[in-house]
Ligand binder design. Structure first.
Ligand code: LHQ
Length: 265
């Protein structure tokens, strides 16, 4: 898979690795990068060989958010640049695609995750961070509000008190603070990050993939529903999960007292 701003590889494995590849700019996001991410996530969704996805950054950063050179290239005075149009055509569909992708996405946060770079990490299902990683809602530092899903995603992860603290101060927190606050699942010594991420991805890729997709869907649905609606949605999705080959395999393996061999079907 040849791209300009990302590097994507799978190599006969069920794990697709996506690396943001603008290391000199801490992987700051350009329109091309967003298009390429949308394309690679579309591939990840449609290709049955992909059963887990790793998202990381090359170099010392994870992602520094929007490439701010765009602000110089597109002065507001000329009336050509619309923040609304930019967001609704770039980040918003990307974040929705990530949340709606019925397979697990792991953010492997190797360094700083700022602005929309932090939003992208929040849109993943797991976040594992290197000890040297850090997180900041950088938006306010340049007079903007959190976007690309941060108002929704961050609040759900840490609650309103902490979300407003990060959003209004724009302060940088360490990987360990992010762990204390429940923003990340795990913090690892830098050298252990990639092997640990690959191990987690391999475990998830051996899980009943379709069911992981239904789990993701059920939790996102429940986060904005009533209990009654969540119960009803669980019943609908269980109806589907209960008819997968992997459910049959899970039952057979339990009764045979052997490890299950899920195929993602
Ligand atoms: C960068 C960037 C960057 C370009 C580092 N752009 N070059 C949506 C809709 C529309 C418009 C606006 O935005 C959005 C969503 C957003 O994401 S808004 C938030 C945008 N991001 C930021 O405001 C973060 C800006 N970056 C920083 O504050 C710092 O770079 C952080 C705290 C991330 C890292 O600091 P350091 O570790 O000290 O690194 P550095 O600042 O020295 O950066 C290294 C290089 O990367 C440097 O380039 P240079 O050529 O001088 O070596 C930076 O200019 C470049 N870089 N972020 N967002």
């Amino acid at each position: 898979m040849a791209y300009e701003t990302i590097f994507a590889h799978q190599q006969d494995s069920p794990v697709l690795t996506i690396e943001l590849n603008r290391p000199d700019k801490l992987n700051a996001v350009t329109d091309v990068m967003i298009s390429e991410l949308k394309e690679v996530f579309k591939y990840a969704e449609s290709d049955a060989s992909v059963r887990a996805i790793l998202l990381t950054g090359r170099g010392r950063g994870f992602c520094a958010g929007q490439d701010l050179n765009i602000a110089r290239e597109r002065p507001l005075e000329d009336g050509q640049f619309s923040f609304r149009e930019h967001l609704t055509t770039t980040y918003n569909p990307l974040i929705l695609r990530m949340r709606q992708l019925p397979k697990p996405i792991i953010a492997v946060v190797n360094g700083v995750a700022a602005g929309a770079g932090m939003s992208m990490a929040l849109a993943c299902d797991f976040r594992i961070a290197a000890e040297s990683a850090s997180f900041l809602q950088a938006f306010v530092r340049i007079g903007l509000i959190p976007d690309s899903g941060s108002t929704w995603l961050l609040q759900r992860l840490v609650g309103m008190t902490r979300a407003l603290d990060l959003a209004m101060t724009g302060r940088k927190i360490t990987a360990h603070e992010a762990l204390d606050w429940g923003i990340v699942n795990q913090v690892l010594p830098d050298a252990d990050l990639i092997p640990a991420a690959q191990q987690l991805a391999a475990e998830l890729a051996a899980a009943p993939t379709k069911t992981l997709g239904y789990i993701k869907r059920a939790f996102d649905f429940a986060s904005t529903s009533t209990l009654a609606e969540a119960l009803d949605n669980e019943a609908d999705l269980q109806e589907i999960a209960g008819r997968t080959a992997d459910h049959q395999e899970g039952i057979a393996a339990f009764l045979d007292k052997r490890p299950a061999q899920f195929k993602g079907e």
